[in-house]
Design a protein around this ligand. Structure first.
Ligand code: PGA
Length: 252
């Protein structure tokens, strides 16, 4: 089912994996039209089924990643690339090691940068130089964060160094041995960086995201719900399962 809200289109599937297949096809189409497309990647549990579809398509030679340029949304800080909880490791494990990418074209903030402010500025400049990002993939946190842009009194601008909120640390603790191991800081593209992308693909799964998705799309545009900024973007596609859009469907 497709809900067309003008600048925001919501594809709703019973099964989230089907929604993710649609996402993989959107990426395939982008790369077939423009092989050196700049794609913004996301981590977390949500995009994993879409990455599985991309790997499968690559195995069947239905998609070509050889010229793709990538920028990941964020990285914990401090964390080494070898740490299996780093987003660098995650992306290799869940996607990049299994597809025909050129590793020179992949960009993820450096979780061990000696000068974090410089790392953020350099990352932002590189996005400006190689971008714009043609398609930015997003997940959304339970508190409405996109990237690691947590609820705040103002929207973030460029790539920045942030403190993670307690709810994010708790939500992400499931990936670590103990909650104490979850890094407390991160480097993340800012809301403005994300909003500069030509097109956005937001993946949302599960009833636990239903309230925050409704707030993000139908509530006030506010930095207290960072994803609400997407209401101002011209080209957003949301791929969701039925439970994630339960509240929204009641409005129609
Ligand atoms: P999740 O995280 O995909 O693991 O739910 C999303 C996010 O925090 O952006």
């Amino acid at each position: 089912m497709l809900l067309n809200l003008g600048n925001i289109k919501i594809h709703i599937e019973k099964d989230f994996s089907t929604a993710c297949e649609l996402g993989a096809n959107i990426i395939k189409e982008k790369l077939s039209k423009k092989p050196n497309s700049v794609i913004g990647f996301a981590t977390g549990g949500t995009p994993i089924p879409m990455y599985k579809h991309l790997i499968e398509m690559c195995n069947h030679q239905e998609i070509n990643f050889s010229e793709m340029v990538t920028f990941n949304l964020d990285e914990y800080f401090p964390i080494s690339k070898e740490n299996d909880q780093s987003y660098y490791y995650f992306m290799r494990e869940n996607l990049f090691n299994h597809i025909n990418v050129n590793f020179d074209n992949l960009h993820i903030p450096n979780g061990l940068a000696s000068d974090v402010e410089k790392e953020c500025a350099d990352y932002e400049n590189l996005i400006k130089t190689l971008g714009p990002i043609d398609l930015q993939i997003l997940g959304m946190g339970l508190n409405g964060h996109i990237g690691f842009n947590e609820p705040d009194n103002k929207f973030t601008q460029g790539t920045n160094y942030v403190a993670l909120q307690e709810s994010t640390i708790t939500a992400n603790a499931r990936f670590f041995n103990s909650i104490d191991d979850v890094p407390k800081k991160a480097l993340t593209m800012g809301i403005k960086t994300i909003m500069m992308s030509t097109e956005i693909l937001l993946l949302v799964n599960g009833e636990k995201k239903a309230d925050i998705l409704e707030q993000a799309l139908f509530g006030e545009i506010s930095p207290h719900v960072p994803a609400s900024a997407l209401q101002l973007h011209q080209n957003v596609t949301i791929l969701a399962d039925e439970s994630a859009v339960a509240n929204i469907l009641k409005r129609f």
